[in-house]
Design a protein around this ligand. Structure first.
Ligand SMILES: [Fe+2]
Length: 237
């Protein structure tokens, strides 16, 4: 039995090391083919440039360079954003199905767009978390326990209720992501850029909800600019 386990372990080690090309690496921690090729071609390896992952089999990945504390900042920013996006996925679908009232069809269609956009960004954020070397937690229990967002009411939903509820949700999530961009922009600009993209979309969705509620700045009868050319102020900005 022991021999079978030992043989399996050796085979697994060879596979992780990248096959025949890495067998010469010896009995220590297996190196990757990527690093082996870099050292013979004269190019800087991940090890020599200080960009190496603390994880043994992830050395070729570009990671935040300043160490474990900064990597933890990226993981926290990404995981919290993922959890909130997943909550919004559920809530936009719930509203898409149950909205009623004069604006039901407009909101039904718009919320399908929002759901699809949010789903794409949730996937991008989860997979960025894998790219920096952490697992992603997309479990239902995590969404309930950690999103810190009000739950959408059950049953049929009045159109005005959907508009004010999602305006608030998008505003809250947008502000949280905005803060996280600041947390990681120095140590992990790639994650910061992704969060900017997500925040940009959430602000757009917030505008698309808010626009149902806000007064038009132009008088529809006279054409006069009632708001004097000033933008409508956003809460929290
Ligand atoms: Fe649908």
């Amino acid at each position: 039995m022991k021999n079978i386990i030992l043989t399996s372990a050796l085979l697994l080690g060879t596979a992780l090391a990248g096959g025949a090309g890495a067998q010469s690496a010896g009995m220590g921690v297996p190196s990757t083919n990527v690093n082996a090729a870099a050292s013979t071609s004269g190019q800087a390896s991940a090890q020599s440039t200080g960009t190496a992952s603390p994880l043994p089999y992830n050395r070729a990945t570009t990671l935040p360079s300043s160490g474990t504390t900064d990597l933890n900042k990226s993981v926290a920013a990404l995981q919290n954003t993922l959890t909130e996006l997943q909550a919004l996925q559920l809530q936009t679908k719930q509203a898409h199905w149950n909205v009623s009232g004069t604006l039901w069809y407009t909101l039904h269609e718009l919320l399908q767009d929002h759901y699809e956009g949010i789903s794409k960004y949730a996937d991008d954020v989860a997979e960025r978390q894998l790219a920096v070397g952490a697992s992603s937690d997309g479990r239902a229990i995590t969404i309930v326990a950690a999103s810190r967002l009000p739950e959408i009411p059950g049953g049929f939903l009045d159109d005005a209720q959907v508009i004010s509820f999602l305006t608030y949700q998008y505003e809250t999530v947008g502000q949280r992501i905005y803060q996280r961009i600041g947390d990681v922009e120095k140590v992990d600009p790639t994650t910061a850029n992704l969060l900017q993209e997500v925040e940009h979309a959430i602000e757009k969705y917030q505008w698309q909800m808010r626009a149902f509620l806000q007064n038009t700045p132009t008088d529809p009868n006279t054409g006069a600019d009632l708001n004097n050319g000033r933008p409508v102020p956003l809460r929290g900005k």
